[in-house]
Each structure stands twice: as C-alpha cells, then as structure tokens.
Design a protein around this ligand. Structure first.
Ligand SMILES: [Zn+2]
Length: 477
C-alpha cells in the first residue's frame, strides 16, 4: 500500500518538475535537487502520529492564548504552506501553527503539519522574514517527511517504539529523555545533517516563493547565535555549523527568484509590541518547575537552555527513601521511592529518578540513577525475539553498553518475563554503571519494559529498591 502511493507521487512530481523547468529554465538549473528518502510509512501515518503527538504537546506546553498573535502567525504560516513547491505538497497534510508561551528560542513541527512556534522565537526574530525563515525550515521537515523517513531507518520497531531505535540511547546516555516522551519524542530528535541541509534548501525555496528573501533564513541563524541560542553545544554538535549554513543558504538564494517581494514589516512590529505588552514569558525550565511538564528536548533551534536541565547531572543523589509512592502509568501501577520524581512521561514511557540524577550533556538528557518504564511495539510477538530487538536498538545508541548475562527467565506480576544485566559508562559522570532490563508481553502484543540504572559502586543500595518496584508492579491490560 505504501509503495503504490509513493510510485504515484513520484510520477506526478516528475511531471511537475518537467513543467517547472520549462517555465523557469535558468533559475531552476542551478538549484539543488532534493531527493525524497525511502519511507516505509504512508502519508496517512504521518498525519496520524503527528496528530497524536500534537495532543501530547498541547497537554505539556502552555499555548499563548492571544488571538491577534495567533492569527498573525497562522497567516504567515499558511502563506508559506501555499508556497511549498508542488512536488512536495501532500494534500492529506493539514498544517497549523500555534504559539507556545515560552521564552526559549524554539520552534518545531510534527509529521503531517502541526507546528509550534515559541514566543521566544518570534521575539528574537528581527523581521517577519527571519521568523518566516524558521517556519519555512520546519515546514520543510514536514513536507519532506523527515520524521517517518528517520523512523524508517530504524526499521526494527513500529511507530512509537521506533523511538527507541532512532533515539538510540535510553540508558543514561544521550537521548535518554526522548524515549521517555514516547510519541512526541520521535520527532524531537535531532535530524541528520543531511536532513537539516535539505530543510534549509527547501526552506529557502519556500521563502522565495512566498515573497521573502531566502537569505532571511541565514540571517536568523545569526540572530539565534547572537541571542546565545546556539552556543551551548547541543545544537551545533549534530548540525551543520552555522557558517556552513549561511553559506549554503546564500548560495542557494542566488538561484531563487523572489516572487512578489514583501517589504511590509509593520504587522510584525505590531505583534512584537503586543508581545512586549504581555510581559515576559516563562522559560521552559520555569514552566517545568511550576509543575507543568514539557518535552526536554526540541529539534533544531533549542539548546541546552531549553532542556530545563542545563547542566550535566552530578550523580550525587539522596539515598532512596524507604517510603514509597504509588503511580498509575498506562497499563501499569507501580510504587517508587518517595524522593524520586517522575521526570517526563507520555502515553508510552515514564522515568522515575532522584534529584541530581537528571541533567543534560551536549544538549542531550542523561540519567545516572533511576528507572524507566515503558511500552514498545515490536515486530515480534515472541518475547525473546522482541527483547533481543529492543536490546539491539539500545546498543545502537549506547556504544558502551555491553551485556553481562544472557536473557534469563523472570516474572512480572505473575507473567513470564525476561531479564538481562548490562554494563555501561555514564555519559555525564564517566562512571561505570549497571543497567538492568526486564521485559514482558502485554495482552495486545506490545512489550512492557523496565530499565533500571545505577552506578556500579552504588548498585548494592539500589538492587533492593529495584526489586521492590518490580514486585509492586501490577498490570491491568
Ligand atoms: Zn531542522
């Protein structure tokens, strides 16, 4: 079903491309060709997962309820959408644009079209074109279906749990927070450099089609950098360097014709004034401290600042409390030490960890002590095969992760379970750590997993805690 859709799209776009080249022979010739990546998901899958993730996002992010600002951003966004080159348009997609009331310079888009623009991004932009530049870049990720293309690369898991494969490391390593965020997590990952470059190039093209100078996108990177939004490591460590990006975008801009150039910046300035009148927006870290949850990582523009845990975890934590608190998480009920907190959650995974055990390294969340409970959709209904797939995906993202034992039989709430002990070196502290994984099958064929992490030399203190938690676990699927 997937393939058929693709073949039709490909033929159709080849035809459109031919028309476009005839219509604008000189301009089109120097432009970079953008190839679509192989994608085993259907366009309808993009729409579906994007919609699910949007629902999660809106629970976790405070949206700015200001109709004037909202209407303005939506208008700019829809003009950009109309300017997507026809070969990258998907009639099934529904793009919409919402403003998140947070100060951090950030914007992200979800498969199928939902886009969230932080108020901080709008306020950091100097011109409408700069703001539109970031939006055009994000729209390009959607139009090029980068989320599901990246999930396709992971192969091993179905949507949702593909997270584990792509984001790689859940275990005290980079991307630990991402699996914890379940559906949303998949799309907050940092795309490859190749995808980023493609989004810059298509973004530049969309800008020009919509009447903006494509060099505004390059200028926005400078603006972000000046605002300190790119200096804390994470962003540049996995993205083309900004210098390359300006150069690349400006080079592409030479071949682009700006249609019906816009010069009017008045509405943008009016919106800026309105935002200033609303007072200062909270940072994501402040929002988190006040009790609202949010994903700890964004794609593209966010940096260490926006993770909410700007520093590496110290790994110095309080001894686990002997009092336990009950949590109900999806299909499971579980008791964890009272001084552990739920760090980030979603419909598919939750972390519990003590203060001091959570932080970020190079913009990536890292844990030193704690427990992750989640559900993965696997290709196999055979628990052993499913567990092995899961372990392979963990190892892909955690090069230091080694099995210390084979799979052993165990039980969770009376059900057959498999357990394995692994060793890792913590990315923040460099300390050797124990990682225990236990899995069992749920009635719907999905796999429940628990991952327990503690430093080697403290493991003796945690072993009992982990067994208590495991014993308390009740499944109600
Ligand atoms: Zn990007």
């Amino acid at each position: 079903m997937n393939r058929t859709t693709h073949r039709v799209t490909a033929k159709f776009s080849a035809w459109l491309l031919a028309v476009a080249i005839v219509a604008t022979p000189i301009a089109a010739l120097g432009q970079t060709q953008i190839k679509l990546h192989s994608n085993k998901y259907s366009v309808a899958d993009d729409v579906k997962v994007g919609r699910q993730a949007a629902a999660e996002v809106e629970q976790k992010f405070p949206l700015l309820r200001d109709s004037e600002v909202q209407r303005y951003v939506e208008t700019v966004g829809q003009d950009l959408v109309a300017a997507i080159p026809p070969e990258f348009q998907h009639p099934e997609f529904r793009y919409f644009f919402k403003v998140v009331n947070a100060r951090d310079i950030n914007a992200f888009a979800l498969p199928g079209g939902p886009m969230y623009v932080n108020r901080g991004m709008i306020q950091a932009a100097r011109t409408e074109g700069q703001m539109a530049g970031v939006m055009a870049h994000e729209i390009s990720h959607v139009a090029l279906r980068h989320g599901t293309a990246q999930a396709t690369k992971a192969q091993k898991y179905a949507l949702g749990a593909g997270v584990a494969g792509i984001l790689g490391s859940i275990l005290g390593g980079p991307a630990i927070g991402q699996i914890a965020q379940g559906t949303i997590g998949v799309y907050f990952l940092k795309f490859s450099r190749e995808y980023e470059t493609e989004a810059d190039i298509l973004g530049a093209r969309i800008l020009a089609n919509a009447g903006y100078d494509p060099r505004e996108l390059a200028a926005m990177f400078q603006t972000i950098e000046r605002a300190g939004g790119g200096s804390s490591g994470g962003f540049f460590s996995s993205h083309p360097s900004p210098a390359n990006r300006y150069a690349r975008i400006n080079q592409e801009a030479q071949y682009l014709q700006i249609r019906n150039a816009r010069r009017d910046n008045r509405e943008f300035l009016a919106v800026h004034q309105r935002l200033r009148s609303l007072g200062s927006a909270p940072t994501l870290a402040e929002i988190e401290r006040s009790g609202q949850r949010y994903p700890t990582q964004g794609e593209g523009y966010p940096t260490g600042e926006s993770t909410g845990y700007p520093n590496a975890p110290t790994g110095r934590v309080e001894y686990p409390s002997s009092r336990y608190r009950n949590y109900s998480i999806g299909v499971a009920q579980v008791s964890v030490p009272e001084n552990w907190r739920q760090v980030s959650d979603s419909s598919s995974s939750v972390w519990f960890a003590p203060n001091g055990a959570v932080g970020s390294v190079n913009g990536q969340p890292v844990f030193t002590h704690g427990l992750n409970i989640g559900v993965a959709q696997t290709n196999s209904r055979n628990l052993q095969q499913a567990t092995n797939e899961f372990l392979r995906s963990l190892q892909q993202g955690n090069p230091n992760l080694r099995s210390r034992s084979g799979l052993q039989r165990s039980s969770i709430d009376g059900r057959t379970a498999l357990t394995v002990s692994l060793s890792n070196r913590n990315e923040a502290t460099g300390r050797p750590e124990v990682v225990n994984v236990i899995t069992t099958q749920l009635r719907n064929g999905e796999m429940l997993f628990l991952i327990a992490v503690a430093p080697n030399d403290e493991y003796a203190n945690y072993q009992g805690v982990f067994s208590n938690v495991l014993r308390s676990l009740q499944l109600n699927d």
